[in-house]
Design a protein around this ligand. Sequence first.
Ligand code: ATP
Length: 137
Amino acid sequence: GNRTFTMIKPDAVKDGHTGSILKMIEAAGFRIVALKLTHLTSERAGQFYEVHKERPFYKDLCAYMSSGAIVAAILEKENAVADFRKLIGATNPAQAEEGTIRKLFAKSLEANAVHGSDSDENAEIEGNFYFARTDKY
Ligand code: ATP
């Protein structure tokens, strides 16, 4: 697959890291094919993270993800999903490798700066959640 989907999460947007994060993404060879600054309601956050609805952190995660503006983007690169997960680093920033986006910008396990799709199928679903085909990306 050659596309993935990302969100820059509320803490990173609030702290003014949007430009730095997009710069790292482009420097790593990803092409930004769709990009949007938006703000989720808690209902929309709940839909996005529906797969996690039985997890204990679900409610907190939905509250956090709707607490401020986020940046959503579709990215293109060969081997996009796996390469992007490498670029962002481990979910828990305490375990993220040096030089990864989460190592540099994440504040906690929840406020971990960025999202990256975990499969080609989810990349497609998540991209469609934010961008209509009428946006012509
Ligand atoms: P993402 O899907 O955002 O790239 P991930 O695939 O690395 O993250 P998941 O296990 O799918 O991690 O969890 C989704 C998100 O839920 C995480 O990015 C994090 O913000 C939050 N999260 C995960 N585990 C916990 C936890 N134990 N406590 C609080 N928040 C958590």
